[in-house]
Design a protein around this ligand. Structure first.
Ligand code: ATP
Length: 491
């Protein structure tokens, strides 16, 4: 039997992944000893490190190689004027369905649960209510009585100061600061600013583990450019499934989209897809692009494609948004210029024009990415009879586990000292390590396999006699013997 295919067919659902993450200490509900807080989570030791590794891959790919991309770390609390200018105070709303008993659920999602092929996002609130009443969709046992608008932002107030909001997306700090940051960094168009941080949305129905939370993190890159400059429209091949706004679904070569989207939009779409597949290790067949229907576009966007991942959510797994790739036009900077009465125009070095730059946004939620990474790496291995987490080596929270295997041939302390010495040398190389002396070697391997540890090192008789260790690979269990000094030279 081909085990590989058999494993892939094993049913994995969101509850299994939730339990797995909690049990291994990746992620669990916040305030859990008091019953938790819906839509809010804490990262445990392994989760914190995995998140940190994902973030490092992000900086390595989107920031470090580019002379014209810089980072910033903006505040979470924003003056209400920022969000009035951006349109969030008026437009950052979702439809809430309210039952005859006052229970609330997000109306478009409720409808799509019953009619998965309907595009509820494109329906008006009156249409949503009429349809739900006609088809007798219920919240629990109760009929839907109203569909209302709910703003998703958390507001608060400072002493004697203005009303403020917890930011619902990281990018508004970037738009407010764009001119200042560009001047400080001596950047001219085209350039980018990226940022990572917490955001808050008072989601009506947080659900599906961390897929929809109320507190989460975003990694956003805003790329500013002059749209009137004609660029050589060259984009390297990348094959990916695509769901078009007209309902067509097919495999495309990315460069086919050059007539539909701006060159920079397509360029960054490709960069994101390459990063997700080659640097984060997501399976290409579990990703697809989805074009937003014109009725569904956000108030600022002229074209948006989402990258969707095949999450194990619902009866069957379903493609759901992992990240958004939007052409925001000049909406944001021009709005902030208008509301603040500040000069936020940029001079294009090629044409000399003064303009509000256009922006391509790459917006990815850390929790949705984290969830995709775990789902993609998770396997219940029938042969080993336990869970194995096939994380990419660069993402593994623990890179090396070190196990002394004392025998009667030598004093026990010699094995322990040798293993601890190897661990210290790995730590000096900034490697994440784990040292364990107890339990059978099989149990020790199993614990590390399920935590995603890529390499297990054993220290045995031969280590003491001829300075060689064994290194075991998590994925295929293969072992090789290597001299300790050669091993460190290879690192
Ligand atoms: P959705 O349609 O699923 O509500 P959205 O289109 O409102 O998402 P964006 O505003 O485009 O999401 O946010 C950018 C990214 O932030 C999303 O692609 C997603 O990865 C992440 N994100 C958005 N809302 C949530 C949430 N409630 N919980 C976790 N991640 C989220």
């Amino acid at each position: 039997m081909n085990f590989q295919i058999f494993f892939q067919k094993m049913k994995m659902d969101i509850d299994k992944i939730t339990g797995f993450c909690k049990e291994k200490g990746f992620l669990f509900p916040s305030s859990h000893i008091y019953g938790g807080l819906k839509g809010v989570f804490d990262y445990g030791p392994l989760g914190t490190q995995l998140k940190q590794n994902i973030l490092q891959q992000y900086w390595n790919y989107f920031l470090i190689p580019h002379d014209n991309i810089v980072s910033q770390d903006g505040s979470i609390m924003l003056n209400e004027k920022v969000l009035e200018a951006s349109g969030h105070v008026k437009n950052f709303n979702d439809p809430v369905a309210i039952s005859t008993k006052g229970e609330r659920m997000r109306a478009d999602h409720l409808l799509e649960e019953h009619f998965p092929n309907m595009k509820a996002e494109t329906m008006s609130y009156a249409e949503l209510l009429a349809f739900m009443q006609e088809t007798d969709i219920r919240i629990g046992n109760d009929r839907v009585a109203f569909v209302e608008e709910a703003n998703l932002m958390f507001s608060t107030k400072t002493f004697n100061g203005p009303k403020c909001y917890l930011r619902p997306e990281t990018c508004q700090n970037i738009f407010v600061n764009a001119k200042l940051v560009a001047d400080l960094s001596r950047l001219t168009l085209p350039f980018g600013i990226c940022q990572h941080g917490k955001v808050f949305r008072n989601e009506i129905s947080p659900q599906n583990f961390v897929f929809r939370c109320r507190e989460f993190e975003q990694l956003e890159l805003e790329f500013f450019f002059n749209p009137s400059l004609v660029l050589e429209p060259k984009v390297a091949h990348f094959e990916i499934a695509c769901s078009f706004a007209n309902g067509e679904n097919r495999l495309i070569q990315l460069e086919e989209l050059i007539d539909r989207v701006h060159f920079w939009h397509l360029h960054w779409m490709r960069q994101m897809l390459v990063w997700l597949t080659q640097h984060i290790g997501l399976t290409r067949e579990k990703l697809r692009l989805r074009e937003h229907h014109p009725d569904e576009l956000s108030h600022y966007s002229s074209a948006t494609f989402d990258v969707e991942y095949l999450y194990p959510i619902g009866q069957e797994s379903s493609f759901k948004e992992l990240c958004g790739l939007a052409n925001r036009g000049d909406y944001d900077v021009s709005q902030h210029a208008k509301y603040s009465s500040k000069n936020l125009k940029f001079k294009c070095p090629q044409t000399g024009d003064k303009l509000y730059p256009h922006v391509i946004e790459l917006s990815i939620g850390m929790e949705r990415l984290f969830l995709a990474v775990i789902c993609d790496a998770y396997e219940f291995n029938m042969e080993r009879d336990y869970e194995v987490l096939h994380l990419k080596e660069s993402l593994s929270p623990i890179e090396y586990a070190i196990f002394p295997l004392p025998s009667k041939n030598h004093e026990k302390q010699l094995f322990l000292d040798c293993a601890l010495d190897i661990q210290s040398r790995l730590k000096l190389k900034h490697k994440h390590t784990f040292y364990e002396t107890t339990g059978s070697i099989g149990k020790r391997y199993a614990r590390q396999d399920s935590r995603g540890t890529k390499w297990c090192i054993t220290v045995d008789d031969m280590t003491l006699e001829c300075r060689s260790i064994t290194i075991r690979d998590r994925d295929d269990k293969s072992q090789r013997r290597i001299n300790i000094d050669d091993f460190f030279n290879e690192l």
